[in-house]
Write a protein that binds this ligand. Structure first.
Ligand code: SF4
Length: 299
């Protein structure tokens, strides 16, 4: 299989066929992000021949497990949904040719990748299997989005996710706790919930910002232009997010950046999630949580 650099996938894609169609990120400008720093290029599109070779190889492997059927394929790379419609369609057709039993195709997507597709193109991509996109929206706090160079604003999140809904493409939105900085987290969480409450994400996930040595954000901290929130403050912010969400959706904070993992369905499990968060805030010390973050291996 052609895999380049570290392959990132969400935990819920563990049983999906991982197919490399791009490597790196077209944007590569978010100040906190170090995910694709190990690649010598910013973004690379895989040749269709390589993709077909990988599908042939995967088919050969899966045939060894008699009763195993590939139900979902996850396209790797930071934002394969940026590829042109025709390219995504060709990839979808290739997957169907080698794995006719495959039901859906997922990938990471940036909000700006959706903007590039017409409504008709989105519908046609849904028809060939594209579904369950993972979108790192990070926040709907416009000031934080601008400062971190995300390349879009909260209104874009609202507009583009609504377009996905119209095309019947499901998606999961990821929030980055503490992206707004010290003293601003609860406000950012409230604003994010305001936008999410107008949408129907299949899941609202949360990761916690961890600042790594090779990030541009560390330079901002050194210059005094941005201040990191305390660890307990981050949990207050997460509490505000859970409390303010009114959607019927899954909520999950399962990645390693969360010292304590949380999962539940809203609104059914809201009280339970809030009481766990209250216990963390009342019972854990800033030092314990800070030690956890300090010892977190580099992502
Ligand atoms: S956070 Fe996502 S969009 Fe931003 S640079 Fe990293 S991979 Fe690219």
């Amino acid at each position: 299989m052609h895999y380049t650099g570290t392959i990132w996938r969400p935990p819920y894609e563990a049983s999906s066929l991982l197919l490399e169609v791009t490597a790196g990120c077209t944007h590569h400008k978010c100040k906190f992000c170090t995910l694709y720093n190990d690649l010598p290029f910013r973004f690379r599109m895989s040749p269709l021949e390589d993709i077909e070779q990988d599908l042939q190889e995967a088919k050969g492997q899966y045939e060894l497990w008699e009763n195993y059927k590939v139900k979902r394929t996850f396209l790797t790379g930071a934002n394969p949904f940026v590829l042109q419609y025709e390219r995504l369609l060709s990839i979808g057709k290739l997957i169907k040719r080698y794995f006719p039993e495959n039901q859906t195709i997922g990938c990471f997507a940036r909000i700006t990748d959706i903007t590039l597709k017409t409504d008709e193109e989105l519908k046609s991509l849904q028809a060939i299997g594209y579904d369950g996109l993972t979108i790192g929206m990070e926040t709907c706090d416009d000031e934080a989005l601008s400062f971190m160079n995300k390349g879009y604003q909260s209104e874009d999140i609202l507009e583009q996710c609504k377009r996905l809904e119209q095309a019947n493409i499901q998606y999961k939105l990821f929030y980055l706790t503490s992206i707004s900085g010290a003293g601003k987290g609860e406000q950012g969480a409230k604003r994010t919930a305001e936008i999410c409450n107008q949408l129907q994400p299949k899941m609202v996930g949360a990761n916690m910002l961890t600042i790594y040595p090779d990030s541009e954000l560390l330079q901002e901290i050194k210059k005094g232009t941005w201040k990191e929130a305390g660890e307990l403050e981050k949990y207050q912010e997460l509490r505000m997010l859970v409390e303010s969400l009114q959607n019927e959706t899954e909520f999950a904070a399962l990645g390693a950046s969360n010292a304590i993992q949380l999962q539940g369905y809203l609104p059914r499990d809201k009280e339970k999630l809030l009481s766990i968060l209250d216990e963390i805030i009342a019972g854990m010390s800033e030092r314990e949580l800070r030690n956890y973050r300090k010892n977190l291996p580099h992502l």
